[in-house]
Design a protein around this ligand. Structure first.
Ligand code: GLN
Length: 488
């Protein structure tokens, strides 16, 4: 059963060929067998999943209409609220914190009869590119258990890659859906900023964060967008626009279309990543699309701009974790100031502390103009440059990450780790929709192709991704260690 993608599984359920309880039981068996090897989850929602499945079976027996995700097991990154369950953000600070309400995305998925499997591991407060910053445990890459799944949504990507469930939600502030998707050989989609509600997502950098799906294929990503891509009155940045029919728009051919490639920006690319990127472009040419050069030279500042703006926003967002309102409170504290200081010292890991310090620094008086305001100006120029580039093409193609996955513990230099996101950060800074799809293997490890479109053109990204997927079978490959066993 683990081989079925979401829409296939849902079809089987709706036709009565399998019950929701069987799906849930099979998922639990697979988890029992595979999860200890991968470590994709922080919390399993086993009982809840079985109970929901029973209710769903009853609903089907009674002939009531079934939702678009009926019977589909879905993992939720642990920075997204599921009411009554833990939201730890992979931080000791929130070790025992339980969500007081459902995130809008969770409500929407469940209203379409999805079954929630569990809360997926991630870097602490989504800060990282390897899931090594989780305060709890490592997640392994299903393609090579000594390697990182990427991050920060590493648990979500590993769960989908190891076929523990067909869909997982992640959040993407600078690449955290797309980079782990690439490193684990699955599909990861970051929607246009504002397309999907952030209500119930614990904020990291509010002007960059977006929730999106990780899936086996583009059809399932479109299906999730069909469900989640809605206006939400609880999120003031949620776009109040007409809902799109992603699934049907995705079917359009790419013949006669143009793809932009920022060749100059990609100069440094080498080895397998370069080779498979070039091959992917050949696939598009064979489909009748043409390739043009576009200038995105300002993107070389993307990492620098991101680490000023993201840390500035994080430092204010994380100020709410003060030992009073949520989560941890230090027992050592006697005075109020000590409550703040000790609770934060005990609760936050080193990467989170470093970012709060950096963010506070770039916002401090005297440095605000030199760093924060300057970074905002460069961001505005980058947005303009993308607009100009999109005059020449419908989508822009880039690799998702500069390399395949890396051994856990191998990247010690933080700047080196930050460079994992060199190709993904621009989409967040400019609010653009972007996808990563599997485009090949280098020494048995997966690589991702990234496609970006102008804001609001989410369907175009899915259309180009779908066209590639129809011509290739990379998305169907299952990591050898997980191809059999543990399911019904
Ligand atoms: N890797 C980037 C960072 O560490 C992006 C994280 C994200 O998208 N949540 O901030």
């Amino acid at each position: 059963m683990h081989r079925f993608s979401a829409h296939a599984l849902s079809d089987l359920f709706c036709k009565g060929e399998i019950s929701a309880e069987e799906i849930a039981e099979s998922t639990l068996k697979r988890l029992a067998h595979c999860e200890p090897k991968v470590g994709a989850f922080l919390t399993l929602l086993s009982e809840r999943m079985i109970n929901r499945a029973k209710l769903l079976d009853k609903k089907r027996q009674e002939g009531k209409p079934l939702g678009k995700l009926a019977g589909v097991p879905i993992a939720i990154k642990d920075n997204i609220h599921v009411q009554g369950e833990k939201t730890t953000c992979a931080s000791f600070f929130l070790e025992n914190y339980r969500a007081p309400f459902d995130a809008t995305v969770v409500r929407l998925l469940e209203s379409e009869d999805a079954l929630l499997v569990g809360k997926a591991n991630c870097d602490e407060f989504a800060m990282g590119s390897s899931t090594e910053n989780s305060a709890y445990h490592l997640t392994k890459n299903p393609w090579d258990l000594t390697c990182s799944p990427g991050g920060s949504s590493g648990g979500s990507a590993a769960a989908v890659a190891a076929r523990l469930c067909p869909i997982a939600l992640g959040s993407d502030t600078g690449g955290s859906i797309r980079q782990p998707a690439a490193l684990c050989g699955v599909t990861g989609f970051k929607p246009t900023y504002g397309r999907v509600s952030r209500y119930g997502l614990v904020a990291f950098a509010s002007s960059l964060d977006q929730i999106g799906p990780l899936t086996h294929n583009v059809t399932d990503a479109a299906l999730v967008m069909q469900v989640m891509g809605r206006h939400c009155p609880h999120d003031s940045t949620s776009l109040n626009v007409k809902e799109e029919d992603y699934s049907s728009k995705m079917q359009k051919s790419v013949q006669g279309c143009t793809i932009g490639v920022p060749w100059h920006f990609l100069e440094q690319l080498q080895g397998g990543a370069k080779e498979h990127f070039l091959r992917a472009l050949e696939v598009y040419k064979s489909l009748g699309a043409s390739i043009v050069d576009v200038n995105l030279d300002l993107q070389k500042y993307a990492v620098a701009v991101y680490y000023i703006l993201a840390t500035a926003e994080a430092s204010t967002n994380l100020a709410r974790f003060d030992g009073v309102g949520y989560g941890k409170r230090s027992h050592k504290a006697a005075l109020l100031d000590e409550v703040y200081d000790f609770s934060r010292q005990e609760g936050f890991g080193p990467e989170v502390r470093k970012r709060i310090l950096l963010g506070t620094y770039v916002l401090s008086s005297g440095f605000q103009d030199a760093f924060y305001k300057k970074a905002q100006k460069v961001r505005a120029l980058m947005i303009e440059q993308f607009k100009a580039a999109f005059q020449k093409c419908q989508v822009i193609a880039m690799p998702t990450a500069p390399t395949t996955t890396f051994p856990i513990g191998a990247i010690k230099d933080p700047l080196q780790m930050y460079l994992q996101d060199i190709f993904t950060i621009s989409a967040n800074l400019c609010g653009l929709p972007a996808i990563s799809i599997p485009c090949g293997f280098d020494a048995g490890l997966p690589l991702g192709l990234q496609l970006l479109s102008p804001a609001m053109q989410d369907a175009t990204v899915l259309q180009f991704a779908h066209a590639f997927e129809k011509m290739t079978d990379f998305h169907q490959k299952i990591p050898p260690l997980f191809s059999e066993g543990g399911s019904l």
